[in-house]
Design a protein. Structure first.
Length: 484
């Protein structure tokens, strides 16, 4: 773990030597967008290029659309995406969404049938047409609050609040009333296929400087006698010395949209923490501004996001499940990387870093409105938990529902995105007394199996499954994808 540097400056007019300490927080100062190399199938009901994937996932721009305002080139380097470059695909997506058959008003309790979803996907693949938008967006669900197993209909039902989709400037389908990103079938499929893989080490993303880069940076800082009149020159030297930072994703395929969400959320958290991007919330300034003059600043601090849930609720037969009390927590520490890819350890006390993480946790829900990528992260967490519930309790077998229509790649090929490999370093800093505080790193971690196996019986859920099933439209179970 590199120690904080204390180095002499050149003599000033008074003849006294000045000192400054550079507290480095290895920073990823770029946002990331999804750009595809190859896409199979058809996801998206008319979304061509840059939306939810090509093939069945790719009609109307619903394929490979940007996530969190970033783009990844063919070398795996994360680059900033120009909003204007997305105009064509955004227009296509908006036209496709406008033609969707979802109701104009959202529902507080919309139910989505996995049997119905699979039937619609199968038909689209067989007909060689894009999957309908309402199916791609899971009926407009904003989150999942309940999972129902219905052996009588050979089905698994997902229920939660829903909204009418509209498309924002970056091509993200969001709720018309809430502005929150909507759940994606593509992410659910990845969660189901990755359920066993995520059991051991969870799902995580980490963006870190290389050991060689850290060594070069320390050499560079040791050679600096002063920040000079133009600190930007030193910042650029630091960026060159530290070099590109390495992106690591685990628990889900690196070429999936799910992985892109993890990377984009991790990156945006660092941008906000290091003052490259305003949070839009007064109570959440950058970490840099919280460091008091003369105060202690970590030499290589890390902060990351971890998911947390209250115990899940279930009925006595384990046919009804309720997801409760989920939130994202921001944590901090310094030290070597742990086996799960997230650097923990115990570093020197840093009250400013602790205060920033606390503010990030307390205002996370408000932050999702300003930066939707954080809401997309929660969406992916919810879907991973649902997949873990289904897998850990073998709910598909109990329902008599064969999920291979979603889990088998031979039956449904997912879009393939460029894998994020590196992020260019961008230094930033503020002077606090005689201390220069410079940039940061971190990660995202979720353990869906841990949440799925922590459940308690709740007699109040006994009637919920019957009421939801009774609301199903008339006809064969697989004929309806969703209903209110």
């Amino acid at each position: 773990m590199p120690r904080r540097q204390s180095m002499p400056s050149s003599r000033g007019p008074s003849g006294r030597r000045r000192w400054f300490r550079a507290a480095l927080l290895a920073c990823c100062a770029v946002v990331i967008a999804a750009q595809a190399s190859h896409v199979c199938g058809q996801f998206g009901g008319g979304f061509r290029g840059g939306g939810l994937g090509g093939g069945p996932f790719g009609g109307g721009g619903f394929g490979l659309n940007p996530v969190g305002g970033i783009a990844i080139d063919t070398a795996g380097v994360v680059r900033t995406v120009d909003e204007k470059a997305l105009d064509e695909s955004v227009r296509a997506m908006r036209a496709a969404v406008a033609a969707t058959k979802l109701p104009a008003r959202g529902g507080e309790n919309r139910t989505v049938s996995l049997a119905g979803i699979m039937a619609a996907v199968k038909k689209a693949v067989e007909d060689g047409v894009p999957i309908p938008v309402d199916v791609v967006l899971l009926g407009g669900l904003e989150r999942i609050t309940h999972v129902f197993v219905v052996p009588e209909d050979h089905d698994i039902l997902l229920m939660g609040p829903a909204d009418l989709p509209v498309v924002d400037a970056f091509g993200t389908p969001v709720g018309k009333r809430s502005g929150r990103p909507l759940l994606r079938l593509e992410d659910l499929v990845v969660a189901l296929r990755s359920a066993d893989q995520s059991r051991a080490g969870g799902v995580f993303c980490s963006i870190d400087p290389t050991p060689h880069g850290i060594a070069r940076l320390q050499e560079f800082l040791a050679a600096q006698k002063t920040m000079g009149r133009n600190p930007a020159t030193v910042f650029r030297g630091m960026e060159e010395a530290l070099g590109p930072q390495t992106v690591t994703v685990g628990g889900v395929p690196g070429d999936s949209r799910f992985a892109r969400v993890l990377v984009a959320a991790d990156h945006m958290m660092k941008r906000i923490g290091m003052g490259h991007e305003p949070s839009g919330i007064k109570e959440l300034p950058s970490y840099l501004t919280l460091v008091r003059p003369g105060g202690r600043a970590s030499s290589m601090p890390r902060f990351w996001l971890e998911a947390e849930y209250e115990p899940l609720a279930r009925d006595a037969d384990e046919l009804t499940w309720q997801i409760r009390g989920r939130r994202m927590k921001c944590l901090s520490a310094a030290g070597p990387a742990a086996g799960d890819g997230i650097r923990r350890g115990v570093g020197p006390p840093d009250e400013s870093l602790d205060a920033w993480c606390l503010a990030m946790t307390e205002h996370y829900d408000r932050l999702t409105a300003r930066h939707p990528v954080f809401a997309e992260l929660i969406n992916c967490v919810d879907l991973a938990v649902v997949a873990a519930i289904i897998r850990s309790r073998q709910l598909d077998a109990r329902a008599g529902l064969d999920l291979s229509g979603l889990t088998a790649d031979r039956l449904l090929a997912l879009p393939k995105y460029e894998v994020a490999k590196t992020v260019p370093t961008a230094a930033n800093g503020l002077k606090k007394g005689q201390t220069w505080v410079l940039s940061a790193s971190g990660g995202v971690l979720l353990r869906p199996w841990q949440f799925a196996t922590n459940a308690r019986p709740d007699a109040g859920l006994d009637q919920a499954r019957a009421a939801t099933r009774a609301a199903r439209p008339a006809g064969p179970p697989a004929s309806a994808c969703w209903w209110d």
